[in-house]
Design a protein. Structure first.
Length: 113
């Protein structure tokens, strides 16, 4: 595994810990389909959260949030639709978050798009 991939997996674990501390339950990690991958899928009460995690050693090239552009958002929407179709959850409230990890600092952007 490359250093970049290892950093990404580490960031996803850190984001999952942050969500759990906030009362969320992780129900899927690295769920993939033909449209792409969703890093974390979580629930809290009557809410399902689809989360993209971006981990960087430092801010550069616009920082990690810049990597979640409109094309990435569209792929995440399509992947979430496929997950919903496959799982048929009874919960009908959804949200898309982006978690940005720079160094060891975790920033959660709820309802990012």
């Amino acid at each position: 595994m490359s250093a970049t991939a290892a950093r990404g997996r580490w960031g996803e674990r850190l984001a999952a810990i942050d969500y759990r501390r906030g009362g969320y339950q992780v129900i899927e990690t690295n769920w993939s389909c033909r449209h792409g991958e969703i890093d974390l899928i979580l629930t809290r009460g009557e809410l399902i959260v689809f989360c993209e995690v971006k981990t960087r050693a430092r801010h550069s090239h616009g920082g990690p949030a810049a990597a979640v552009d409109s094309d990435k958002q569209r792929r995440l929407w399509r992947a979430a639709e496929e997950w919903i179709h496959a799982r048929r959850p009874t919960i009908e409230s959804f949200r898309f978050d982006v978690v940005i990890i720079t160094g060891v600092v975790v920033e959660r952007l709820e309802s990012a798009f």
